[in-house]
Write a protein that binds this ligand. Structure first.
Ligand code: NCD
Length: 311
């Protein structure tokens, strides 16, 4: 089996079979990562550039580690300290890097659509590591992998996505993926942080009441308030946000069942998520990070052309 696409630009472009294949391959790589020797030769002689035009800790380390575990050669680009700071265009930067015989590009950019633009202009396989407010497909995949691992299925699962939906590429990739895989999605947050026509556009539910949403769901995926993307005041204060939409231990304890809590990181502790929830056994936040490496290994491998089915 091989993927129906040459690049991973967004979950929007994937088929159900693509998603199932990535999740199944990630299970195999997760097994590899439990071994004393965690390295496989699958991407030996494949060269990958990690192009990060925007801040990142988890995603960048996760891709780098996935590449190393697959024995790929890697180079890293951070915009500060690069010629982009001297005014070089994205396309020039990438063409120069590719002329050094690079096979794959992992890219994070603050402009939505930047990886799609590159995919139309260069021959290398491109993996979107987050583009503006558009998509963050590997996060969507690792979230799905983690939900399936913990709860055994995606089909029919009730997933609440809570917080700053408007500015979140993680929300978009989760919504596309969960819709395709038969899960039920409700988004919850202040009306100013939820796009107006999201219900009509995606066929998902909107609930502005946190307690009701938590009572309904099996999984709560809590998102960071993306202050850096908000150029106007969209809620009164972080303290008030926490009172109305912060996920707190007392709230979770008042529910009739134990739900699973997720967060893509970085967490604003005491804003969208209280510390005693983030660090509780209901939270699978660190498992998400762990699973991210296996999921990225699967994506890199399947798009590398090293998958025998691609040749
Ligand atoms: C997310 C991102 O950068 O989109 N983080 C991540 O990749 N784990 C979410 C965020 O920044 O809030």
């Amino acid at each position: 089996m091989s993927l129906s696409t040459r690049h991973l630009l967004g979950i929007k472009d994937l088929t159900v079979d693509d998603i199932s294949l990535i999740l199944k391959t990630a299970e195999q790589f997760k097994e590899v990562l439990q071994r004393p020797v965690k390295k496989v030769p699958s991407l030996r002689d494949v060269t990958i550039v990690n192009l990060f035009y925007e801040n990142s800790t988890r995603t960048r380390f996760s891709f780098e580690l996935a590449e190393k575990r697959l024995s790929a050669d890697t180079i890293n680009f951070a915009v500060s300290g690069s010629s982009a700071a001297k005014g070089e265009t994205l396309l020039d930067t990438v063409r120069n890097i590719l002329s050094m015989k690079v096979d794959m590009v992992v890219m994070r950019h603050s402009a939505s659509g930047a990886p799609h633009f590159l995919a139309n202009h260069i021959p290398a396989a491109i993996i979107n590591a987050g583009d503006g407010v558009n998509e963050h497909p590997t996060q969507g995949l690792l979230d799905a992998f983690s939900m399936k691992e913990r709860l055994g299925r995606l089909d029919g699962l009730k997933v609440a996505i809570i917080g700053d939906i408007m500015h979140s590429r993680v929300a978009m990739s989760n919504i596309y993926l969960l819709n395709k895989m038969g899960a039920k999605v409700t988004v919850c947050g202040p009306p100013t942080l939820i796009p107006k026509y999201i219900r009509e556009s995606f066929g998902i539910e909107v609930n502005y009441d946190l307690k009701e949403t938590l009572e309904w769901c099996d999984v709560a995926n809590v998102l960071r308030i993306q202050l850096e993307r908000q150029n106007q005041v969209l809620f009164s204060s972080l303290r008030e946000y926490n009172i109305a939409y912060g996920v707190k231990k007392s709230l979770l304890d008042s529910l009739k069942k134990e739900i699973v809590v997720m967060h893509p990181g970085p967490i604003n502790r005491g804003v969208e998520l209280d510390s005693d929830v983030a660090d509780s056994k209901q939270s699978i936040i660190l498992q998400q990070v762990e699973n991210g490496v296996a999921v990225r290994m699967a994506v890199l491998y399947l798009l590398s052309g090293r998958n025998p089915a691609n040749n």
